[in-house]
Design a protein around this ligand. Structure first.
Ligand SMILES: [Zn+2]
Length: 538
């Protein structure tokens, strides 16, 4: 009987982990493939290729390339692997090969342990390959402790020097030293600037991001398996968003398209803190890459954050902020007082609680500084609501609901995927322990880590489910609150009426940072994110 399929077997071992795992040894991969061919009379194994010490992410593997050449030359028309992760672990590239390249050469693909056979499965194969690829991808994205230490070793050898990119960008695959936008992270950056312009404090922004289950920049980089700086904060397990991280993003001019080089003199992985060079020493290149944040928005954010640099101006005003100012340290209402200095009188707000009664970090804030900052923020917010209002006219409530529901679902799916991933890691962990790959302490520690992740994700899921329900049980009165803001579109100065109607509270967090909670803040935040997306989609 003539053999219809001339097959090539392909095997891959990546690292110590694979070597320790008897099931993935070269011998074993080969045995499984030979066994399979024996029971399939229509297949003849004509060649066997093996890549040693290559990870599942890269396709620059010599044996893999030789195999592709065999396919292109028409010598083989079937590829057999033990399981699909041997072929590739990275989702997009794997899909590219399995769904486009191989079919275009009429090549039959068999992943024995995954039960994939493109000849037998026909259309259905697409789905099972997709699912498997996503899981493999997820595996890659999880950098377990062991892999992480392997990465660090490599980096100490200098392989990845200078490879860390700023959150929101990635390295251009076509051109070294050029940045291209990473759409997912860029959207988070836009959200951060938006929230800041809306008067949220960096702390609150960080809290909001954590609540939404968004990975912090460092965790995001780890999850993608791309290089990330180590040392200090970066080495913390499951680093969450913090006010510091948010502030760093808000202050980074790179997002406006400017390339700043030489920001840090030393890039030693041993140093906990990188030494910052003075700003004037940085090399600036305008429009070096696509901007994520408009220049004017960036400038406005700097002004908001830079309350301290304001000059004294004008006459004293009425008590604009009475009852609205809250001490960021103890939560008490702040009191106004007059300070005379060199013949002039200035108005300040301070916290009356005092150290004895538990306010350890009270801040004195000049009233004029507050007025300037609050006015800017209120005006930006009112403008924003007005433009949002105009946009809402063009968008049907249904469409908005659909988009909101979809966003909610997408995040839920992502979380769900992570949940399944961690659950499967927990299962694999015990096996690794039994096989002696990890010791008891590592087992305990990693298990606790996975449990914590599972718990965090479950909480996020519950919140999202609630939000999803709210969207589904839609009330058409949702946008009526925008009326309140619309009446202030032409305001030229801050008065008591404006303040009271629009602002719920102002917390003084530091001399340079305050947190304004607008009325209808939650409604606004939700709609704003959505409208922005719609606008960008058009
Ligand atoms: Zn206080």
């Amino acid at each position: 009987m003539p053999k219809t399929y001339q097959a090539i077997g392909y095997g891959r071992i990546s690292d110590a982990g694979d070597r320790a795992d008897e099931g993935n040894s070269v011998k074993n991969q080969r045995l499984i493939i030979e066994d399979f061919v024996k029971s399939h009379p229509d297949i003849q194994l004509v060649d066997f290729k093996i890549d040693s010490d290559y990870s599942g992410i890269i396709y620059e593997r010599p044996a893999f390339q030789e195999m592709m050449q065999e396919i292109v030359d028409g010598n083989v028309n079937c590829v057999i692997v033990k399981d699909q992760s041997r072929f590739g672990r990275e989702y997009i590239q794997t899909m590219q090969y399995l769904q486009k390249t191989l079919p275009s050469y009429g090549v039959r693909f068999i992943a024995i342990n995954d039960g994939i056979d493109t000849l037998r499965d026909n259309g259905d194969a697409d789905i099972s390959i997709s699912i498997k690829s996503i899981l493999n991808d997820a595996y890659c994205r999880d950098i377990s402790k062991k892999t992480r230490s392997a990465l660090q070793t490599k980096r100490k050898n200098g392989e990845f020097v200078g490879a860390c990119t700023i959150y929101g960008y990635q390295k251009d695959p076509q051109e070294k030293n050029h940045l291209v936008i990473d759409e997912f992270a860029a959207e988070i950056v836009r959200d951060i600037f938006r929230m800041k312009l809306n008067g949220l404090s960096s702390l609150k922004i960080a809290g909001e991001l954590n609540l939404r289950g968004v990975l912090s920049p460092i965790e995001y980089k780890k999850s993608l398996g791309v290089p990330f700086p180590v040392g200090g904060y970066a080495d913390k397990e499951n680093a969450k968003w913090s006010a510091t991280t948010v502030i760093r993003i808000l202050k980074d001019e790179t997002y406006t398209g400017v390339l700043l080089q030489g920001k840090q003199t030393t890039y030693s992985y041993k140093l906990k803190v990188l030494k910052d060079r003075p700003t004037e020493d940085w090399a600036r290149t305008e429009n070096a890459h696509d901007a994520i944040i408009r220049k004017q928005d960036f400038e406005l954010v700097q002004q908001i954050m830079d309350l301290d640099a304001r000059t004294v101006q004008g006459e004293d005003k009425v008590q604009l902020f009475s009852g609205l100012l809250i001490c960021g340290c103890c939560g008490n209402r702040m009191t106004r007082k007059i300070v005379s200095y060199k013949g002039s009188k200035y108005h300040y707000y301070y916290c009356p609680t005092g150290k004895k009664n538990g306010c350890t970090d009270s801040k004195m804030v000049r009233e004029q500084d507050l007025i300037d900052c609050v006015f800017q923020t209120v005006k930006a917010h009112v403008d924003s609501v007005a433009s949002l209002d105009a946009l809402l006219d063009n968008l049907s409530a249904e469409r908005i609901n659909r988009a909101m529901a979809k966003k909610c679902q997408t995040q839920m799916q992502t979380n769900d995927r992570q949940l399944r991933q961690y659950t499967s890691f927990k299962t694999g962990l015990y096996e690794s322990f039994m096989q002696g790959v990890i010791d008891k302490d590592e087992y305990r520690e990693m298990k606790a880590g996975y449990n914590a992740e599972v718990q965090r994700l479950e909480q996020a899921q519950a919140l999202l489910a609630q939000e999803y329900e709210e969207i589904r049980s839609d009330k058409s009165t949702r946008f009526q609150w925008t009326e309140v803001f619309r009446q202030f579109t032409d305001m030229t100065q801050l008065d008591r009426k404006t303040v009271v109607q629009l602002i719920q509270s102002i917390r003084i967090l530091s001399k340079t940072e305050l947190e304004i909670t607008f009325r209808y803040q939650a409604e606004y935040d939700k709609i704003m994110r959505l409208v922005q997306e719609q606008k960008e989609a058009v």
